[in-house]
Design a protein around this ligand. Structure first.
Ligand code: NAD
Ligand code: IPM
Ligand code: MN
Length: 371
């Protein structure tokens, strides 16, 4: 099956291009071996775009990205841009993409591959068999709400402030996604906020409780404070099925969940908009949870699997290619079962490899699985 779908690739900065380039080898493999090809377009984002165009996301790249059928994103940021004015920082390219495409639902699945049970810093009995989904609201809350700023009161005194703001429909739409996701999983939703101290949290809980009464048939819902959730994630992560939470808590809790799986280099994500009623199109961007990893960038050591698993989510959710997505997931699992590993998931007795070596192994497994 060939395809006329367009895949927009935005490698970004640091290890972003390293893990994206390796992942594109699997796209090539699919073209050669499964007769599936996409029109691939590449663009600059983050620091790479700032260096060339003076902005972390040019209008042209935004248009190309919004025209595409799906987007594969690497990572942005790095110490080189520490002194850059706030609006032009690399991270703003990513935030603008999320906002312009209204990618309000960020799915961050945390699964422990059997072979990686030892790579987690937690005891095997705590994380074995883990399969949870953190659903992070991605276009609202403290990341975007006004007022925000730094005001100078006088020569010695400034005030810096952000606003955490959610409206009823913003909470309802992410709540609906949580219910839909839980229905396809184990039927359990844990809604996470701090309704004990934050007004936005009080509203979040009220809306979730009401939505559950109206639309939550068959869903078992719990409400948990975010600080307790962080603790419960490392105490007994298997108690969760779907965790739904706001933008900031979701950012923090998903990095925490990454370490349950062994490494940030293992955690993929899908950022989805809603389906347009007229065109049927749904904006979607697939991005690993990790950043540009400046400490290992340029050394060829980054784990490419979070990026590759993001491609697998892309095939599954945007291109309806369940078979190919399953094949990639299986090849990753088999690659981890045997053979060498990147340093972040190293285990005793394994040979150490870099980004390319890890992908060589996955491609080898893809071949084994299909021959
Ligand atoms: P980071 O995720 O880049 O790195 C945190 C730690 O995890 C580092 O020790 C790093 O080496 C390790 N790590 C990350 N990805 C890895 C991989 N694929 N393989 C092996 N190890 C990996 O977070 P940070 O250091 O806090 O941030 C660095 C920069 O990245 C900042 O500019 C930040 O804003 C940006 N960032 C971007 C994204 C994104 O583009 N989606 C996400 C997070 C952070
Ligand atoms: C993430 C990142 C981003 C976020 C940054 C780079 C803007 O940490 O995707 O988790 O905070 O959302
Ligand atoms: Mn983050």
């Amino acid at each position: 099956m060939s395809s006329n779908r367009t895949l927009m690739v935005l490698p970004g900065d640091g290890v972003g291009p390293e893990v994206v380039n390796e992942t594109l080898r699997v796209v090539d493999w699919l073209a050669k071996n499964k007769n599936i090809s996409f029109n691939i377009k590449e663009g600059l984002v983050g620091g790479a775009s700032f260096d060339k165009f003076g902005t972390p996301l040019s209008d042209e790249t935004l248009v190309d990205t919004m025209d595409a059928d799906a987007v594969l994103f690497g990572a942005v940021g790095g110490p080189k841009y520490d002194g850059v004015e706030f609006e032009k920082r690399p991270e703003n390219g990513l935030l603008r993409l999320r906002k312009e495409m209204d990618l309000f639902a960020n799915l961050r699945p945390a699964m422990v591959f059997p072979a990686l049970v030892d790579a987690s810093s937690l005891k095997p009995e705590i994380i074995s068999g883990l399969d949870i989904l953190i659903l992070r609201e991605l276009t609202g809350g403290i990341y975007f709400a006004e007022p925000r700023g730094i005001d100078e009161i006088n020569a010695e005194l400034k005030k810096g402030y952000d606003t955490n703001l959610y409206t009823t429909p913003e909470i309802e739409r992410i709540g609906r996604v949580a219910f839909d996701m839980a229905r396809a999983r184990n039927g359990k939703v844990t809604s996470v906020e701090k309704a004990n101290v934050m007004m936005s949290g009080v509203l979040w809980r009220e809306v979730m409780v009401n939505l559950h009464k109206k639309e939550g048939a068959g869903i078992n819902i719990d409400h948990m404070y975010a600080d307790n959730c962080a603790m419960q994630l490392v105490r007994d992560p298997n108690q969760f099925d779907v965790i739904v939470t706001d933008n900031l808590f979701g950012d923090i809790l998903s990095d925490c969940a990454a370490m349950l799986t062994g490494s940030l280099g293992m955690l993929p994500s899908a950022s989805l908009g809603s389906v347009d009623k007229n065109t049927g199109k749904r904006y979607a961007m697939y991005e690993p949870v990790h950043g540009s990893a400046p400490d290992i960038a340029g050394k060829g050591l980054a784990n490419p699997l979070a990026e590759l698993l993001s491609l697998s989510m892309l095939l599954r959710y945007s291109f309806d290619m369940k078979e190919e997505a399953d094949l990639i997931d299986k090849a990753v699992s088999k690659a981890l079962d045997a053979g060498p590993r990147t340093p972040d998931i190293m285990a005793k007795g394994r040979e150490k490899v870099g980004t390319k070596g890890m992908m060589d192994l996955v491609i080898h497994k893809l071949e084994e699985l299909t021959n």
